[in-house]
Design a protein around this ligand. Structure first.
Ligand SMILES: NC(=O)C[C@H](N)C(=O)O
Length: 568
């Protein structure tokens, strides 16, 4: 974040409504006009003498000097109509972005004066609509009107004007109670107290006290000098569904209907949901017909992880992880991603899984396990693809193969590098295998969890019709099988067809591990081989007591089948 050096900093303050300017009418608060007139009468907001000496236009206000060498001059643009922010929608937020676009060259920074009730949604939407921001945009408002004797509006507005006036923070921010937050990280947590907002998963970008303390390393850097892009085509048909214990599948089905195109699903804890088959079936059916669902925790703090089978079941139903995004940010991101023209479903999922505006923290690559091959591959991949910039065809051809190579090597870092470069991790390489196949074959649980969280198809088939689950069974990768099953993976009918013979072969070799892997994957261990005999009969005939015991205990106990059907 750079301290602005211009002696005169011009700001546009867009006044959209909210409590800050409200007046009481018949005992209730309604939006009030003429905020600039109120500010003009308050010396902390307007230095009349300086304005007159400089012959500033009528509609222009000037703050008293915060430093001897700099003045912040601002114009209030009052919207028509003014809103209680409860009435605002994506349409109004896009209009605010368009106002900023129209005045972008004229002003050094922007303040948006907004109601607090939906300010977190507004800040999130604006952060996606405004791409390549090089100037500061700060939203603010109040819990108590500015003309009340004791209020928070004055401090908040003054702070917002000073932050936008004195610093170049190329982001959409929210200033409240002496803290400057990243806009798409906040949520409203108090309906009454002055400390109305918090940013649960990212510390404030700046704190204002006797001095201004700036969290330099958190502030986003301007990349290049690309022009501001305003993405006005946001999708409006997005929704928010909060799961609760015992939520009926029928209710979920009713919610997920047309015209909805994207849903933020608030789940329990670290992204877990009920694993009732009928509910999972509804979710899977919805994602299979192209509905985008993002998993966000309803906890205030923390992230969606791959720690629980109940969470992996969500991933297996095709739901994309929102990691530590707030629901507000996730809803705005969905609207943005769905509004992008010409993208495939997979392309949209990839965009969702990427950190686009600092809205989410992607899980860190495990640095505690250094491996020369890992870091070299990750580094090499990133370099190679960066060098081929512009040659899109080369990148598009290389990426799926590199992603599979990375997944096969268990190289999370390489995959992250590819994601950052825009790779779609669900694409097939030349042999028709997806990175999920490669990770399953290599037995890489971490990579597998990462891919599942990105919403890749858990039952993808390669050119030979093989699923990742079958490759994991062949490799006897227990952890991988477990994760895939929890995510809803099933062996295909073709894969199950010859299981009997394969089981007999394993029994005759005394391969208990192999038998266990098939059992874990949901196969019926009693299935007969080509000659009608089962694996157990073969083991008994061979007098292999160990295999007999294993088969009896696996077939007798609660089988892996209890997790779900063996066939899709
Ligand atoms: N404090 C506020 O601004 C609340 C008001 N209802 C609004 O959001 O417009």
């Amino acid at each position: 974040m750079a301290r602005a050096t211009e002696p005169e900093r011009r700001l546009l303050a867009v006044y959209t409504g909210g409590t800050i300017g409200m007046r009481s009418e018949r005992g209730v608060l309604i939006p009030g006009r003429g905020l600039a007139d109120v500010l003009r009468t308050l010396p902390m907001f307007h230095d009349e003498e300086h304005a007159r000496a400089c012959d500033l236009p009528e509609d222009t206000l000037v703050l008293p000097p915060a430093s001897p060498e700099q003045r912040v001059i601002y114009t209030v643009l009052e919207c028509q109509p003014l809103f209680d922010s409860s009435d605002m929608t994506i349409t109004e937020w896009v209009q605010i972005a368009q106002i900023i676009e129209r005045h972008y060259e004229q002003y050094h920074g922007f303040v948006v004066i907004h109601g607090t009730d939906t300010m977190a949604f507004a800040a999130s939407v604006l952060s996606f609509v405004l791409e390549n921001l090089q100037k500061t945009v700060v939203l603010t408002g109040a819990q108590v009107p500015i003309h009340a004797l004791w209020n928070d509006g004055r401090e908040n507005l003054l702070g917002a004007l000073l932050m936008a006036g004195q610093y170049v923070i190329p982001e959409v921010c929210l200033f409240f109670q002496n803290q400057l937050f990243r806009g798409n990280r906040v949520t409203k947590v108090d309906a009454r107290r002055f400390a109305a907002f918090c940013s649960p998963n990212l510390p404030p970008l700046a704190i204002v006290g006797p001095d201004v303390t700036i969290n330099q390393e958190l502030v986003r850097k301007v990349r290049g000098m690309e022009r501001l892009v305003v993405h006005s085509s946001m999708e409006h048909d997005v929704g928010l569904l909060r799961l609760y214990p015992g939520i009926p599948a029928a209710l979920v089905r009713a919610f997920l209907q047309h015209p909805l195109k994207g849903v933020v699903m608030e789940t329990f804890g670290s992204g877990n949901g009920p694993t009732k088959p009928d509910l999972l079936q509804e979710l899977r059916a919805a994602t299979e017909r192209g509905l985008l669902i993002v998993n966000c925790t309803h906890c205030l703090q923390g992230a969606v992880t791959s720690d629980y089978a109940a969470g992996m079941a969500m991933a297996g139903a095709g739901i994309v992880s929102g990691f530590d995004m707030t629901s507000e940010a996730a809803l705005a991101k969905l609207s943005y991603v769905l509004g992008q023209p010409g993208l495939s479903l997979e392309g949209r999922k990839e965009l969702l899984a990427r950190d686009l505006r600092g809205e989410m923290t992607l899980p860190a690559v495990d640095e505690r396990r250094p491996s020369l091959q890992r870091s070299v591959l990750g580094h090499g991949v990133a370099q190679l693809l960066r060098q081929s910039q512009g040659a899109d065809a080369v990148r598009d051809t290389l990426m799926p193969s590199l992603a599979c190579a990375g997944a096969r090597a268990g190289d999370l870092e390489a995959l992250q590098a590819l994601v950052e470069l825009g790779s779609d991790l669900s694409l097939e390489d030349c042999s028709g295998q997806t990175p999920l196949h490669a990770a399953a074959r290599g037995g890489h649980v971490e990579v597998l969890a990462m891919l599942l969280q990105r919403g890749v198809n858990v039952n993808a088939r390669d050119q030979d019709g093989l699923t990742p689950l079958l490759l994991a069974v062949r490799g006897r990768h227990q952890g991988v099988i477990e994760l895939l099953r929890a995510a809803g993976a099933c062996l295909s009918p073709e894969e199950l067809e010859d299981t009997g013979t394969e089981l007999c072969r394993l029994a005759s070799r005394g391969d208990c591990e192999g038998l266990r892997a098939w059992w874990q994957a949901g196969a019926d261990l009693g299935r007969p081989g080509y000659d009608g005999r089962s694996a157990l009969l073969i083991a008994e005939a061979a007098g292999d007591l160990e295999v007999v015991t294993v088969l009896q205990s696996l077939q007798g106990g609660v089988g892996a089948q209890a997790l779900g059907p063996a066939t899709p």
